[in-house]
Design a protein around this ligand. Sequence first.
Ligand code: FAD
Length: 466
Amino acid sequence: GEFAQETDLLVIGAGPGGYVAAIRGAQLGMKVTIVEKGNFGGVCLNVGCIPSKALITAGHNFQHAKGHDSMGITSDNVSVDFTKVQDWKQSVVNKLTGGVKGLLKGNKIEIVQGEAFFASEDTVRVITEDSSTPYKFKKAIVATGSTPIEIPSFKWSKRVLSSTGALALPEVPKKLVVIGGGYIGMELGTAYANFDTEVVVVEGASDILSGFEPQMTQIVKKKLKQKGNVTIHTNALAKGVEETEDGVTVKFEVNGEEQSVEADYVLVTVGRRPNTGDIGLENADVKISDRGIIEIDDQCKTSNENIYAIGDIVPGPPLAHKASYEAKIAAEAAAGKPAYLDYSAIPAVVFTDPELATVGYTEPLAKEEGLEITVSKFPFAANGRALALDEPDGFMKLITRKEDGLLIGAQIAGTGASDMIAELGLAIEAGMTAEDIALTIHAHPSLGEMAMEAAEIAMGMPIHVV
Ligand code: FAD
């Protein structure tokens, strides 16, 4: 027969799941091969987390450059050269994707460019334009990620965009329709709104940013309203799109009434589909659900005991840090170490204006599970740093167990939420109580002080609120 390459650990996909799994596998002494059919860094680095945050920053800088009336700062003739914005965004992406390749090489990982396909339960074929090479593995980790869902009434085109297209626009649109008010739609919609695009959001549910409490989404909606160039339609059903010579006409229905909007582009962000359909999982005895999700145990092991799956193709929120966390567990398990998943302190962040962040239990979830909890909330408006930043909107909320003050969850709506949630994730992970947080000295003046203050509220002894 054909001579197959042999490897200890074969990783499929080099996104934040795959490349992390490969590195950890190599660190644990395995001979590792990673196969990637597209760009190193996956969705996250190339067309996801990183370029979207770069555009968001550029949008903020544009708004800030235009002045800050409340501080007496005004300016004229501020303009944006969007080609340069795109070049800068791409330079950030290139630095990071180049870094990933460097890390893989530095860890002596064999890098294979091509499309992987399971030929049997212990062999993968790597297919390129002119070759098909078999690799026999002892263990494999599947990290093939996900793809934007295309809906039949909104076929992708030059003007009907997925998130990938919206990140790569050559110009600032005058008007943009966003179908789907999830985090991707709201982040990109807000970024363009900050570049002065008129944005119309069409969301099927009764609120945007599902998964976050109304008291959090309300703050985002208030800010968008203040911007003056964003309209949000909820309970709205997207019907279809017609392309005109220089734009699109989008039809949608609200309360049985049909509406239509003309715009330059329409961004469709209605969810993502796992890339599990055409990688030969059936040849490897790996079971998938009818939605294409791979079921795993608490070590990321699939129905084939030598094959693990991580990231957007397994249950749970499709987030980069979840993929990377699962990667470490899967690599350790593949190396025979006793590593097990524990999702109790996995954060989720939305980079809107302001940012929203959550970790662990929310108030509704704790109540649903009948837990006896204390909810303590500290407003940004009572924090000195927040006022000095002119960012008085929002709150930090701690969920503690009534019997002993154990921190089990936290939510933050407001500037800096994405960074501040880390302290609370750590506190949950470390089994800390409100008292532990309250007795931790936080630098003054800082947004981080709100954690200490909210913990003091939980103990019934706040200093800066009555
Ligand atoms: P991916 O990153 O999708 O990587 C999978 C890789 O596998 C790809 O490179 C693909 O080419 C490769 N591949 C697929 N099939 C094969 C095959 N057969 N053979 C070889 N290679 C293959 N998450 C966050 O946590 N924070 C954010 O701020 C954030 N922002 C986002 C913004 C946008 C616009 C989008 C679209 C996503 C965002 N995400 C964010 C989600 C995040 O990008 C994903 O959760 C993450 O990339 C999933 O990692 P992964 O390793 O599972 O898969």
